[in-house]
Design a binder for this molecule. Structure first.
Ligand code: FEO
Ligand code: CA
Ligand code: CA
Length: 648
């Protein structure tokens, strides 16, 4: 009986969330959001009540999502709600080509790795085949490989062995395990499979893939090296975290923590202040500089300037040369999310993931033309980069980083726009942008047109530094902001406007712990709270799916939580998925019919005392001869929508 009522309510919710809903005028939207914002002030206290009086059935009725919520937990396996089925689609080391060597973890080589799926899958995109009017059950899976864990990859590298020196072959294997994979996949009889003989399959690696620089900094003296005297060609991409898909069917991948790969003392270079501003301290996490001079900044001082960009790849053309677009700025790009303005320009949102760094928006000069793909592929070569200033009155100002304007002049060391783009952080400092609590992924709600920003944590924020948009000192759990462009909902939202509104969707943490000062919908269950939002995705009904990186510090595994962002279930997060121990969850990505959810399980088994020989989990193979393997999981619900298994 209860299920019948619930199904009826859900059917109604589905209808109201559709793209066909009448669009209220912007004044009404803003009034509605401000009233919600005022209501949020009472949510933390209300949440305390909900946990002491446990009302899960009431909470479920308010949410448009009707899956059976899973419990917080921490174990060796992967968990989804009982109505859903997980399928391991592809793992580290799986072949991408018919002639690729079978995976042998005891004898891995760089040559083999270059033909196999890479390590630490992060961003995931599904691009239907054929382009542009493809299907939801056949397409290209595009996956970032952010970084490597040597002690889980190589049998010789023990977790407790201090800092063992990697061999040249191991370093090259790491470089070949970084980058990106493109593989054709299709669904048959409800199961997904990879197509090994596809002409689209491709590995892009840090070891050998040539890329071109575009935009105002391409060819600049500060990007030239002995290997590339023109300053226009780079080998490889680094630390590719999140990303995005453009409206013309290319993939954008972000270069995040590039500093971790460069050995050498910045003070012995002419780029000392620049390199130090991006975190280079002659303490690289990786040993690549031992064997490759380009990763020793004393030997190749400009090489770090060739990383930290957004890279565009055309997965439909396996010979496409990836493009590093300097017009989008150089920082620790978490991701890149595109939106089209009402006048056809392309906006790209990107966070700089470090404590007290900023949120950016690029706006193209040219306009998107659905009939002219080759022209669209030049849109990210020129435009205006801006940085966000969040004001306490709920407005957001986009501050343009334009050479010659305000403090961005030769007097401050900027001789051209190229200097501003190479030293984006310093330029943004001078403009008075708002220092944020580590901006991670950014996504746009396809229904409302508003923009959501994951702020993962910032334990260094002091009480004297708190700010309306970053309202907690010692922010352990992170929070989520909603940015509201003017103009209207959906495609009417003006992603080119200079001023937006903003508000807080939720403050993560435990609503039962008053010290956390958390804020959610009042009906959240005791498993619905989350910590450290990182990646995120929207389904096509406009529900937000939040992946975490850091929940184990609160005693439970990282995973996925989902909530409505409009209507009576706003900020009522519900726990959907849990990773095996040591892992974080990345890349949530829906097929266009919302019937499959792809997720990336990154670094399973990465925790103290766990290594190749004695890992804390052997997910997903669970055989004694196999270490844990990062893998992509395809989650389905018997042909029904993910998160709504109780409706057709
Ligand atoms: Fe690669 Fe900021 O996460
Ligand atoms: Ca991330
Ligand atoms: Ca992460």
């Amino acid at each position: 009986m209860a299920q019948t009522n619930s199904t009826t309510a859900l059917a109604q919710a589905d209808k109201t969330a559709s793209d066909c809903m009448p669009r209220p005028p912007v004044s009404e939207i803003i009034a509605r959001r401000i009233s919600r914002r005022q209501a949020l002030g009472g949510i933390a206290a209300a949440g305390l009540l909900s946990l002491t009086t446990a009302r899960p059935a009431f909470g479920q009725a308010r949410s448009s999502l009707n899956f059976t919520e899973i419990a917080h937990g921490y174990d060796t396996n992967f968990h989804v709600p009982k109505e859903h089925q997980p399928q391991i689609l592809i793992r580290w080391g799986d072949p991408l080509f018919p002639d690729a060597p079978a995976f042998d973890p005891l004898r891995q080589t760089a040559t083999a790795q270059s033909r196999q799926f890479g390590y630490n899958n992060d961003f995931v995109a599904f691009l239907p085949l054929p382009h542009p009017a493809g299907r939801a059950d056949h397409g290209l899976l595009c996956v970032n490989h952010e970084f490597t864990n040597a002690d889980l990859m190589f049998p010789e590298i023990a977790n407790d062995a201090g800092e063992p020196v990697l061999s040249a072959e191991q370093v090259d294997t790491e470089m070949a395990a970084h980058g990106h994979s493109i593989i054709e996949i299709r669904q048959r009889g409800g199961k997904w499979e990879t197509v090994l003989d596809s002409p689209f399959n491709r590995r892009i690696t840090t070891l050998e893939t040539e890329m071109h620089l575009t935009g105002p900094a391409a060819g600049h003296a500060r990007l030239k090296t002995a290997a590339d005297p023109e300053g226009r060609k780079v080998i490889g991409t680094l630390n590719n975290c999140a990303g995005g898909v453009t409206p013309w069917g290319t993939v954008l991948i972000a270069e995040e923590n590039f500093h971790a790969y460069f050995a050498g003392d910045p003070d012995r270079t002419a780029e000392a202040e620049n390199h130090k501003q991006y975190g280079m301290r002659n303490k690289p996490r990786f040993q690549w500089g031992r064997y490759h001079d380009r990763f020793d900044l004393e030997k190749t001082p400009n090489e770090p300037n060739r990383f930290g960009w957004i890279v565009e790849i055309d997965p439909y053309n396996p010979r496409h040369i990836p493009q590093k677009h300097t017009a989008l700025g150089r920082f620790k790009h978490e991701g890149a999310t595109t939106a089209i303005t009402p006048d056809g320009r392309v906006a790209v949102y990107s966070g700089d993931d470090e404590r007290f760094e900023y949120l950016y928006r690029f706006l193209s000069d040219g306009r998107f033309d659905p009939e002219n793909r080759s022209q669209n592929m030049r849109l990210l070569q020129s435009g205006t980069l801006s940085v966000a200033r969040f004001d306490a009155d709920g407005t957001l100002q986009w501050l343009p980083l334009v050479w010659g304007e305000g403090p961005l002049t030769p007097e401050n060391g900027f001789a051209s726009q190229a200097d501003i783009l190479i030293e984006t952080r310093r330029a943004a400092d001078l403009l008075g942008a708002t220092p944020m609590d580590r901006p991670e992924d950014v996504e746009t709600n396809p229904v409302s047109g508003t923009v959501f920003v994951m702020l993962t944590n910032n334990t260094k924020r002091k009480a004297g530094d708190i700010h309306a948009a970053n309202p907690r000192a010692h922010n352990r759990h992170g929070h989520i902001l909603e940015l509201i462009p003017p103009g209207g909902t959906g495609a009417r939202a003006d992603h080119g406007a200079a001023t937006y509104q903003w508000e807080i969707l939720l403050k993560a943490g435990d609503p039962a712990n008053i010290e956390d000062d958390a804020a959610y919908h009042a009906d959240i269950s005791s498993h619905g709270w989350l910590s450290n939002p990182d990646n995120c995705a929207f389904d096509h009904r406009g529900r937000l799916w939040i992946a975490t990186d850091g929940a184990p510090r609160s005693g439970f595994a990282d995973g996925l939580w989902a909530c409505d962002v409009d209507g009576p279930g706003r900020a009522l997060t519900r726990h959907f998925l849990r990773t095996p121990r040591g892992a974080e969850l990345c890349g949530p990505c829906f097929t266009p019919d919302d019937r499959t959810l792809f997720v990336a399980v990154q670094h399973p088994g990465a925790e103290p005392g766990s290594d190749f020989r004695t890992p804390s989990t052997r997910w997903p193979d669970f055989t004694d001869d196999m270490p844990p393997r990062p893998a992509i999981v395809a989650v389905t619900a018997g042909g029904r929508p993910i998160g709504n298994p109780h409706m057709g």
